[in-house]
Design a protein around this ligand. Structure first.
Ligand SMILES: *[C@@H]1O[C@H](CO)[C@@H](O)[C@H](O)[C@H]1NC(C)=O
Length: 282
């Protein structure tokens, strides 16, 4: 190397690190649009920061960002838009109990309907590499082996408050005496019977997830992934961070380990000017 260039080499190397970006794969196969509306702004933000982002969901946003590749899971009929009457999720006690059975039923559909589509077949056969896999931690983990396959760090996202069974993988504090389960309409001041119900329901949800849903997830994932992978429990327990779309001012303060971070409001974009039109036009 000519002696004249050598002194400037450290400065040149500095410029090399300035262009550093990560390859990020966002997997959001749950068909509800309301969930994807929370995840897309994060993925878009990462792409705008210069990261190389691949966003997989049932929807297409067409923002024309060069670093954002959208892969649409084409599966007509599988998308859930305006499919659920939120007012029915609360109310009747039996319905509250049975919500999880509905989630378990959807989980099996989400796994089969997603993994069998061309988009996921492409990813299953892909030898690309990713630094980070971001996926929803909701009612299924059958997509988690992608993090293992791509040897990537795994980050969990939730569009609602933490599903009871997700606490365990982050060793997040959960005390049923004053932390109501997501499906119930309790406050943090429960009477004795409500605490008993809250505790019993928590145990039931954990059994449902860790045995019934986990059994289905594991079985379906092993049908589609060609390579072997550790148990899904091992993979999801390896997740680094969990970003949750909530805020303590909405859902009562509760303790959280440092890996569990509230990101409520992330989907709210920049302020837009109110259109200057007269009221007579309405
Ligand atoms: C855990 O994550 C690291 C990277 O964060 C990865 O190298 C390792 O293979 C993962 N292990 C499992 C069991 O997923």
């Amino acid at each position: 190397m000519p002696a004249r260039i050598a002194p400037s080499l450290p400065i040149l190397l500095l410029f090399l690190t300035l262009g550093h970006s990560y390859r990020i794969l966002g997997l959001f196969p749950h068909p509800a649009k309301s969930h994807v509306n929370v995840f897309y702004p994060l993925m878009k933000g990462l792409a705008l920061k210069g990261h190389d982002v691949t966003f997989v969901s049932h929807y297409k946003f067409n923002d024309n960002i060069p670093t954002l590749k959208e892969m649409q899971i084409v599966n007509p009929g599988a998308d859930l838009v305006n499919a659920i009457d939120m007012s029915q999720l609360l109310g009747n006690r039996l319905q509250m109990y049975l919500n999880n059975v509905l989630l378990a039923y959807w989980a099996v559909n989400t796994c089969h309907d997603g993994l069998s589509t061309p988009v996921f077949q492409e990813l299953l056969n892909s030898d690309e590499s990713y630094d980070l896999v971001i996926m929803e931690f909701f009612n299924t983990d059958c997509y988690a082996p992608f993090a293992y396959k791509f040897k990537a760090h795994l980050i969990g996202l939730s569009s609602c408050t933490i599903m009871h069974w997700t606490n365990e993988r982050f060793a997040n504090i959960y005390n049923p005496s004053y932390i109501p389960i997501t499906h119930m309409d309790y406050s943090d001041r429960m009477n004795f019977f409500e605490r008993v119900e809250n505790t019993a329901l928590g145990v039931l949800h954990e059994i449902l997830y860790n045995y019934i849903l986990r059994f289905n997830d594991e079985r379906i994932a092993r049908m589609y992934f060609k390579e072997d992978f550790p148990s899904l429990t091992k993979i999801v327990h390896n997740a680094s961070v969990f970003l949750v779309n909530t805020h303590f001012s909405l859902n009562l303060p509760k303790p959280a380990v440092p890996a569990v971070i509230d990101i409520g409001g992330i989907h709210i974009g920049n302020v837009k000017k109110v259109p200057q039109v007269g009221i007579s036009q309405f």
